[in-house]
Design a protein around this ligand. Structure first.
Ligand SMILES: NC(=O)c1ccc[n+]([C@@H]2O[C@H](COP(=O)([O-])OP(=O)(O)OC[C@H]3O[C@@H](n4cnc5c(N)ncnc54)[C@H](OP(=O)(O)O)[C@@H]3O)[C@@H](O)[C@H]2O)c1
Length: 284
């Protein structure tokens, strides 16, 4: 059943830039009431000012989502301000672009902490509010269902060289989402996955923990954050369970199931070619 987001309280993490910020802007057009979250307070303030100028009800909640105390306070503050939570969008994320052998245990932990544990724990702390929201929808006969959207990645469906830590964390959130989707069905809470391909975000090289991967990222074929935001909101409105965004994501989600050997061959060829080019550059 299609869901109307007007008046619904939506928490968007990772809203200071990139996909999260564009998603908040797009939700403003749906007349959702927005709680925007990230660590960079001034970037959130700029977003809030812009949205309010457009008549959107919006509040900034600066927080580090990897901090348990900050998460608990965040939910309490949002509930005090808006009276409840109807939707959680986990878009906060980080990445390291490097071969596994060039990385460190600390980087692996940081990537997993933000992309997996923080998203999961955000679901844990918001769950009572999401439950209340769905119960209200059941009682008033509106058919409203609360929802969680996890912005995963193509890396959540297929192995991508130079992104092994990212792949680990995104496969984890993908599997976790599929499991709780079944558990949460009894509460009328939908759990949705969005898998973007490579995205032309504000400054990817600046925001990656490391940027030394050998398999070059092809930003020419990347999708825009606005397009991803459109698909995130589209998934929420239609309650589409899994939304690949971009050609690579479609291949990772669906093509891989139909032609697994072909996809493996393509990926191996890509890595081999980059390794050959790397070796040639090193010997010249
Ligand atoms: N960009 C891509 O190519 C791509 C492709 C597929 C999937 N994705 C996924 O899409 C999501 C958004 O990516 P993006 O491209 O928009 O990345 P981005 O531009 O680097 O933005 C990441 C956002 O997460 C926030 N964040 C990071 N760590 C945080 C923490 N500990 N606590 C609170 N907020 C935190 C950042 O805000 P602060 O720094 O202000 O805290 C920022 O708002 C991520 O989950 C990413 O893995 C991205």
């Amino acid at each position: 059943m299609a869901q109307d987001l007007a008046g619904r309280v939506v928490v968007v993490t990772g809203a200071s830039r990139g996909i999260g910020r564009r998603t908040a802007e797009r939700l403003g057009a749906e007349k959702a009431r927005l709680a925007v979250v990230a660590r960079t307070a001034d970037a959130l303030d700029t977003l809030v000012a812009k949205l309010r100028a457009d008549g959107v009800e919006c509040e900034a909640f600066p927080a580090d989502v990897t901090d348990p105390a900050a998460r608990t306070k965040l939910v309490a503050d949002v509930v005090r301000r808006f009276g409840g939570i109807d939707v959680l969008i986990n878009s906060a994320g980080t990445a390291s672009f490097a071969e596994f052998t060039d990385s460190t245990p600390e980087i692996l932990r940081t990537v997993t902490e933000v992309n997996f544990f923080a998203s999961v724990e955000m679901i844990r702390v918001t769950h009572p509010e999401l439950l209340r929201s769905s119960l209200k929808g059941r009682k008033d006969g509106s058919g409203w269902r609360a929802a969680v959207v996890n912005v995963a990645s193509t890396c959540g469906r297929v192995g991508v060289p130079s992104m092994s830590e990212h792949c680990g964390s995104k496969h984890a959130i993908t599997g976790f989402s599929e499991a709780i989707r079944l558990e949460f069905a009894q509460f009328d809470i939908d759990v949705l996955l969005v898998h973007p391909s490579l995205v032309k975000t504000d400054d990817p090289a600046k925001h990656y923990i490391q940027h030394v991967g050998k398999v070059a990222l092809d930003f020419a074929g990347a999708v825009s954050p606005e397009y991803v935001a459109e698909r995130v909101v589209g998934a929420l409105l239609s309650r589409r369970r899994e939304t690949p965004v971009g050609r690579d994501a479609w291949w990772a989600c669906f093509g891989k199931r139909a032609w697994p050997r072909y996809i493996r061959w393509l990926m191996r060829r890509k890595v081999r070619r980059f390794a050959e080019r790397h070796a040639a550059a090193g010997s010249s």
